[in-house]
Design a protein around this ligand. Structure first.
Ligand code: AAL
Length: 421
């Protein structure tokens, strides 16, 4: 009888399970159903013993949308930079932008501040609450990507007292588009307390060396639908949490995509919780017809359920994203053909993982090597809580796992010096 059931199952080779079709108020309706492929070939590939006894994990494996092996990276230990970007005691240099190359020189922008961090316990009006507080945005250039020369003054200074960016401008990204350069970055208006809303500003120039014109108002703001509980300095106490980005919009990065401009960002929510052993962080996107905006938040936000700093790049007609640090899907590569609906495609080994990646935009990702942009780039390290410095990351692609001297699937033997490709 059992054999007959199995044979029947093999014939239809499908099990019905709930699917993710976007249906409004789906909980009030009968959830739609999706067929699960339990063909012999699929069971054999995943080593599933018995199609009549599928564990929850096996069912999940059978639902994987993408089971190829071309999105996997291993990071080497980070390396020190030379010249002005070498570690300097007393100075914070962090959150580097993408690296671009113009007229034979690499360019990078980053947050810079001096002095130690006081935290939120004292006079927040006059002290420095975070390493990224009281920052301005600086620019450095390099011939070889190792030795960097910092400009003599900030590329983006603070706004005048009373303006939206009078306290800190930081965590910058660069976009080069039609002979113009755009810097988008986080902004704080003083005072900076634990409930201060964080916004996003923009500046533009026809040269990477500036001068920069700043937007008069933020181009992106947190959702305005959370309600704090009481007046205490506590960001966890809320009457209502509001959208995923009700407190802060962070880590902005604009990519030209499908004739429009997609501003990817990290949201922080009022009343943030700890979930899956990490912070409750999700990403969103806002779209504009023009690089200067107006940017309209996607109705599909949030577009991730995990992650931290934004790390996105164009590949194969869509947008890829590296999700790091927080949430159940941390350390995964994800891909969205439409820039919005991301699926997991692969993973990174957690070891040596850089967390504030400035991608190298001179490297091009391809369908065959979608993570080529990670060959090298910049990130930061915490030399201490007070001071951070920018370093170089390098990584390599790994698509096989072969013992030294043994034959790979291609039939070739692996040499002792050879890394997996
Ligand atoms: C980073 C980023 C943003 C935050 C701070 C500096 O991890 O998410 O930039 O504001 O930390």
């Amino acid at each position: 009888m059992k054999i007959k059931v199995s044979a029947f199952a093999a014939l239809i080779a499908a099990v019905l399970i709930g699917c993710n079709k976007p249906v409004s108020r789906q909980t009030e309706e009968k959830p739609c159903e999706q067929k699960l492929d339990v063909s012999e070939a699929k069971l054999d590939r995943f080593g599933i013993t018995n199609r009549d006894y599928l564990s929850t994990a096996s069912k999940r494996a059978l639902q994987w949308q993408y089971v190829e092996n071309d999105w996997y990276r291993v990071f080497n230990p980070m390396k020190s930079l030379k010249g002005d970007l070498a570690y300097e005691e007393g100075v914070v240099r962090r959150d580097p932008s993408a690296v671009i190359k113009v007229d034979g020189l690499y360019h990078v922008w980053y947050s810079r501040s001096t002095g130690k961090t006081d935290g939120f316990g004292g006079d927040v009006e006059n002290e420095k609450v975070f390493p990224w507080d009281r920052c301005t945005i600086w620019h450095a250039t390099s011939k070889d990507g190792w030795t960097w020369k910092e400009d003599k003054e900030a590329a983006i200074p603070l706004g005048e007292k009373g303006t939206y960016d009078d306290r800190s401008v930081f965590t910058v990204e660069v976009m080069q588009w039609q002979d113009m350069y755009y810097l988008c970055y986080q902004t704080i208006k003083s005072p900076y307390d634990v409930r201060t809303k964080n916004e996003v500003g923009l500046a533009w120039s026809n040269s990477p060396n500036g001068p920069w014109t700043k937007s008069k108002a933020p181009i992106l703001k947190p959702a305005d639908n959370g309600i704090w509980k009481g007046t205490e300095q506590n960001r966890f106490m809320v009457e209502k949490k509001g959208d995923f980005d009700s407190h802060k919009v962070h880590d902005p990065c604009i990519l030209p995509f499908n004739g429009k401009f997609y501003l990817y960002y990290k949201g922080e929510q009022m009343g943030e919780e700890i979930l899956y052993g990490g912070r409750q962080i999700r990403h969103g996107v806002a779209v504009a017809d023009n690089p200067k905006g107006p940017y309209v938040k996607s109705k599909y936000n949030p577009i991730s359920n995990s992650g931290h700093e934004i790390c996105v790049w164009p590949v194969d007609g869509g947008i890829a994203s590296l999700i790091t640090t927080d949430g159940p899907e941390r350390n995964t590569f994800q891909f969205a053909p439409d820039g919005i609906n991301f699926e997991i495609r692969g993973a990174v080994k957690g070891q040596n993982m850089p967390h504030a990646i400035g991608l190298n935009r001179t490297l091009k990702a391809t369908k065959e090597n979608p993570t080529a942009v990670f060959d090298w780039g910049l990130s930061h390290v915490y030399n201490s809580w007070h001071y951070q410095s920018i370093m170089r990351f390098e990584s390599y692609r790994k698509t096989s796992h072969v013992a030294q001297g043994a034959k790979a699937k291609t039939g070739k033997k692996k040499k002792d010096t050879q890394k997996d490709n």
